[in-house]
Design a protein around this ligand. Structure first.
Ligand code: SF4
Ligand code: SF4
Length: 61
């Protein structure tokens, strides 16, 4: 199943993806960006938005 994943070393923690996700599937916490997989529908919006290329949808079982 597809999965949204974060390359933490690329994330500048700008918070933009948190703001644009219509499903509230992202949170910026003190440890960094957190993906709430149960809310994410893998629409790809945050992947396209991220100015750092830190998010990607990968094919994982
Ligand atoms: S938009 Fe990209 S750089 Fe900004 S918080 Fe999200 S993943 Fe990190
Ligand atoms: S893929 Fe879509 S639903 Fe999932 S976190 Fe990104 S913007 Fe939100």
């Amino acid at each position: 199943m597809d999965k949204l994943s974060l390359k933490m070393d690329l994330c500048g923690e700008c918070g933009g993806c948190v703001a644009i996700c219509a499903f509230e599937a992202l949170d910026l916490e003190s440890q960094g960006l957190r993906i709430k997989e149960e809310l994410c529908i893998r629409c790809n919006d945050c992947v396209v938005f991220c100015p750092s290329g830190a998010l990607e949808i990968t094919d994982k079982e």
